[in-house]
Design a protein around this ligand. Structure first.
Ligand code: ASP
Length: 341
């Protein structure tokens, strides 16, 4: 249980949780972190001391790698000052990416908890206050120390490297298809049921603004023309392939060429389950593509794979380092590591 001495910092980035009606219709980010905290019934009764930091007021879609790098620095500073945990409130649209970015970049004992809302504060049953209260309780709890970055939503606690936004509107949109949530809040107390292995990046890596990582999704009948236009315009590429790691035969040549110049990571567009390594033998199969030097993302979702590849390229990692990092993060076995072509 949090003690009355616990201090949690709440860092506001905007998103639906912070939106109010605009004169022209619709809602847009407007509320400060202080206003969000003030609107949570029962927060004062927890005895947890809250510090607020107003960081950005933007929709999730407008966040950038520069914002996230500055956010990671802010969280490091807050933790060095002695807070017991940090809550980030933001737009749900990009939580599955921002949370994984923070998980890779921060290696702190204090919990870093990302949350938001699906129903904005003008709607009946707005979920922001309940999510923020649950996030603060999670961030203040000794049971969530050393878990890295987690996403707390609808009283569930999800690991950053697994969590996915799975629905456009439901308040139970966040899920962890491979493995389920790490835990739940029960009567306001975080209970951890599962543990996962984290692989944070070494400290001191800058996020280079000039690193471009593309993401292409394999689709039926695609002739692959757009792949050849990427050459020279990306530093790395993630392929969200069919099924267990398959692409149309028309993609083989352009992917082969790209993989000789930049790291190309093979992930699955299905959203759960691993890329295979040894099952299919047709042209464009996982065996074919891995033999051509594509890097196996394993269980890592394409969106997460893009964040990891961006982090590795920002650190000037070589091909072997990239392959090994994906083997760890994607939970493939060491035998899955393919050498550079
Ligand atoms: N629908 C989004 C949200 O839930 C909007 C955003 O990401 O800013 O916050």
């Amino acid at each position: 249980m949090p003690t009355s001495q616990s201090t949690v910092a709440v860092v506001g980035l905007g998103g639906t949780i912070a939106m109010t009606a605009t004169p022209d219709g619709g809602v847009a980010p407007a509320l400060s972190a202080e206003q969000l905290v003030a609107a949570v019934p029962g927060l004062a009764d927890t005895g947890i001391t809250i510090e607020v930091a107003d960081f950005r007021r933007v929709p999730g879609a407008s966040l950038t790698f520069a914002d996230l790098t500055a956010l990671a620095d802010t969280i490091r500073r807050l933790c060095a000052k002695g807070v017991d945990g940090v809550v980030v409130t933001q737009g749900t649209d990009t939580i599955e990416e921002t949370a994984y970015f923070l998980d890779l970049r921060l290696d702190l004992p204090q919990p870093v908890v990302v949350t938001g809302a699906m129903r904005n504060p003008t709607l009946a049953g707005a979920d922001g206050p309940a999510n923020l209260l649950a996030a603060v309780r999670t961030a203040a709890s000794p049971t969530t120390r050393n878990l890295g970055c987690v996403v707390v939503f609808a009283d569930e606690i999800h690991a950053a490297h697994r969590v996915r936004k799975t629905h456009t509107t439901t308040c139970a949109t966040f899920a962890s298809p491979d493995g389920g949530p790490l835990g739940h809040l029960v009567e306001g107390t975080p209970r951890i049921l599962n543990h996962t292995t984290r692989h944070p990046m070494p400290a001191g890596i800058d996020t280079r603004g000039d690193v471009r990582v593309g993401l292409v999704t394999a689709t039926l009948g695609d002739d692959g023309h757009h792949l050849s236009t990427l050459d020279g315009h990306v530093d790395g590429l993630v392929v969200a392939a069919f099924g267990a790691g398959h692409v149309p035969a028309t993609w083989i040549d352009p992917l082969d060429k790209l993989a000789r110049r930049v790291p190309v990571v093979l992930a699955s567009r299905t959203g759960s389950g691993p890329v295979l390594t040894a099952t299919y033998g047709f042209p464009g199969s996982e065996r074919d593509l891995l033999d051509r030097g594509l890097v196996n993302a394993g269980f890592l979702h394409p969106l997460k794979a893009r964040i990891l590849l961006h982090a590795l390229l920002s650190a000037d990692a070589d091909h072997d380092t990239i392959t090994a990092a994906f083997a760890d993060a994607g939970h493939t076995t060491p035998g899955d590591r393919h050498p550079q072509p």
